[in-house]
Unconditional design. Structure first.
Ligand code: HEM
Length: 508
């Protein structure tokens, strides 16, 4: 249990801080062992990223306080957030309260499990396309091959009528944008990123093209809606939410309150004269599902464009990391691989909406990978007001870090934490305390809206891939898990062998 009495002793500072650099060298050289080891220092530990101090919360019940019970005292904030904001704008991933709660309520219905089942067909199609490509290649980098599949699943789910060549162009732009964002996070020296160097020009151009593509996707979806088409897809769902259309010009039925902080931040991504009513209020501690949005409070086109970018930023990579690292572990664990094969061999030839539910063991394999390698390994927040945690008082403005990686590797919660053991996730095998500390999708009001979507696509991709192929490490392959934003898997290069024991009627 964390200490509760008010303490006058400040929490300990992690050892090894250097003048000016703080713990940056440790964070660059061996970030996961460094962060994972902080729990040995205490339930709250202070670190410095360069000269910027931050408080790392190491105890699961204190994490719960930050993300859930005291969530209203914290906003998204910190170094990662600051560099994602220019890409995601006022999309759900980076929008701040109170706008966040209203946006969340408008979007949530499109992400319920039954709603997501409608996208299973797209997931299965892309999984088959991936499986065929990997089979043709003979040897494949599984992460590199799966990443476009994951992004295509999301793009097709957002707006199913988008032509394939636009999908590809968008993907290329996004890759350049993500590389640029990462460079800005690890080297937060603004003027270096503003110099007219080729890589900065490429980043800026890719960002502008991504925004332009997102804008045109929204315009097309709006035109289809006006012509009376009841299109499928996440974007048409968001358009229907609120039952009315906000306007960017502020002349519609909705008049109001959302502000475009991206324009204030001077990112050059355009200004937003959005005007619509923010009728929903709340404490910000729920998941935003409690109320239906009032009619006439729908998204404006500018907000929809930001949502497209936000979903792509948050949802077009992580499932690929899960699939790649699952394949890596399966190759080293014949027992788990046999159990997985037994399940995927009975997959129906034609996938239906019940596909994911018929794959419980595959889902446990994916869940265990999310425990071992949570793609979002650090979640950052900034205190909006003074707060007390474990009896310590902290001022507004304190940067607070929660690490799913740290919690998931705590031996008190997960015995033998480095061991890949999908059976942990059988009902009744893992304690309630550990389940509460398992937060690959975060927790509280900012919990991942795409959690069921991400789990479904990782499960379907893994099942379809392993049904046809036995994947073995290619000679000389060296798998590396890099603590980037998000966690990255590199070098998962595998030899693709045809599985001969697949039932004949269910082959490729
Ligand atoms: C394995 C896959 C995924 C993982 C591990 C993951 C992880 C996370 C985490 C940890 C957060 C919370 C961040 C915070 O509290 O600061 C988050 C938020 C979010 N994720 Fe995911 N995510 C995944 C897939 C997806 C997908 C597929 C989508 C879109 C379809 C998506 C969209 C979002 C959005 C929009 C948010 C912001 C939610 C809000 O602030 O209300 N994610 N994700």
């Amino acid at each position: 249990m964390p200490s509760a009495a008010t303490s006058h002793q400040p929490p300990p500072t992690a050892p090894g801080a250097l003048p000016l650099l703080g713990h940056s060298l440790r964070l660059v050289r061996d970030p996961l062992p460094f962060v994972g080891g902080l729990r040995e220092q205490g339930e709250l530990v202070r670190i410095r990223v360069g000269t910027r101090p931050a408080l790392v919360v190491c105890h699961p019940s204190l994490v719960h306080e930050v993300l859930v019970t005291q969530a209203h005292r914290f906003e998204k904030g910190g170094i990662i957030f600051e560099h994602l904001k220019p890409v995601s704008g006022n999309g759900l991933f980076t929008v701040e309260e109170p706008d966040h709660l209203r946006h969340r309520r408008l979007m949530q219905p499109a992400f319920t499990k039954p709603a997501i089942a409608a996208y299973t067909q797209i997931m299965a199609e892309e999984a088959h396309r991936l499986s065929e490509a990997v089979g043709r290649a003979g040897t494949a980098d599984i992460k590199a091959a799966t990443r476009p599949a994951v992004a295509r699943i999301l793009l097709r789910s957002i707006f199913p009528t988008m032509p394939p060549e636009r999908v590809l162009h968008f993907l290329r732009c996004l890759d350049t944008v993500f590389a640029g964002v990462f460079a800005r996070i690890v080297l937060p020296v603004d003027f270096l990123h503003e110099l007219p160097l080729p890589r900065n020009v490429r980043y800026q151009r890719a960002l502008e093209q991504s925004w332009a593509t997102a804008t045109s996707i929204v315009a097309e979806a709006r035109a289809a809606q006006r012509s009376g088409a009841h299109g499928a897809g996440l974007l048409p769902e968001f358009m229907r939410a609120g039952a009315g259309v906000g306007t960017d010009a502020g002349t519609g039925a909705a008049a109001g309150a959302d502000t475009d902080r991206r324009a204030q931040a001077g990112t050059g991504a355009g200004s937003n004269a959005d005007a619509d009513t923010n009728t929903n209020t709340g404490t910000g501690t729920g998941t935003g599902t409690g109320k239906n949005p009032a009619p006439g409070t729908g998204f404006t086109d500018t907000q929809l464009r930001d949502q497209v970018m936000s979903l792509l930023l948050a949802g077009s990579e992580n499932a690929a990391t899960v699939v790649a690292l699952a394949c890596h572990h399966l190759a080293h664990d014949p027992r788990v691989e046999r159990l997985l094969h037994a399940e995927v061999d009975s997959l129906p030839a034609t996938p239906d909406a019940g596909l994911v539910a018929s794959l419980p063991y595959t889902a446990r394999v994916a869940t265990e990978i999310l425990r071992l390698y949570p793609p979002v390994w650090c979640i950052d927040r900034r205190a909006q007001e003074n707060f007390t945690l474990a009896g310590h008082r902290f001022p507004a403005g304190t940067d607070v870090i929660v690490s799913p990686y740290l919690l998931h590797h705590d031996p008190e919660l997960f015995p033998d934490p480095e061991h890949f053991l999908p059976e942990r996730w059988e009902p009744g095998r893992t304690s309630e305390r550990a389940r509460a500390a398992f937060i690959p999708f975060g927790a509280g009001n900012r919990k991942c809206i795409g959690d069921a979507f991400g789990m479904a696509e990782a499960t379907v991709l893994l099942a379809v891939l392993t049904r046809s192929w036995r994947l073995r490490p290619a000679p000389g392959a060296r798998v590396r898990v890099l603590a980037r934003a998000p966690l990255a898997a590199r070098g998962v290069v595998m030899r693709v062998e045809k599985r001969t024991e697949v039932p004949a009627d269910r082959g490729q």
